[in-house]
Design a protein around this ligand. Sequence first.
Ligand SMILES: [Zn+2]
Ligand SMILES: [Zn+2]
Length: 180
Amino acid sequence: MAKPSKEQSIALSQLKDDVLEQMRTTGIENESRLNSLNSIPLAVLRRNATQRHGVTRFRCGANASELKSEDVQTIDLHPMLLDPSWHDYARFVLYHEYLHALGNRFHDAAFRRLEQLWPHEGAERGREFTQFLRQRTATWLWACTTCDKKYPRKRKANGRFRCRACSTILVDVMNTQEAN
Ligand SMILES: [Zn+2]
Ligand SMILES: [Zn+2]
């Protein structure tokens, strides 16, 4: 986790207002539970994180079988989600983390039902965001010499992988796009 910059804090607080307002309108939680979410500090993940888009961190020593929002230390979002082009997905990620913060620990059927109550577009952009992060941090492109598809990756393929589109064995090409 990293301390958010001033601009990031402003963006996070705007996201929070949007998401809590939506949860209030949709009637997803009662007022006092929503207010308890309001006081959870928001922060950002490391810039080069690629595995996670958001994370809810509970305090050490919190009772794992009975987690509540008071036990949450922070919710961290990926800093790239704060770019306006990702705001629809960012709101969904924060909503997802708030569901965890309310004590829903696992991605079980009940969790997925709550998740589906989110009424906006954006929820479906998770894969796209993962691809975007990979592209930024990839050292290698696994390239298809038949159909020209490229798969950004941190490690070399070493002849072990085939193109998803046409099954040609992929070759390693250095990714020259500047990672930042
Ligand atoms: Zn989750
Ligand atoms: Zn191909």
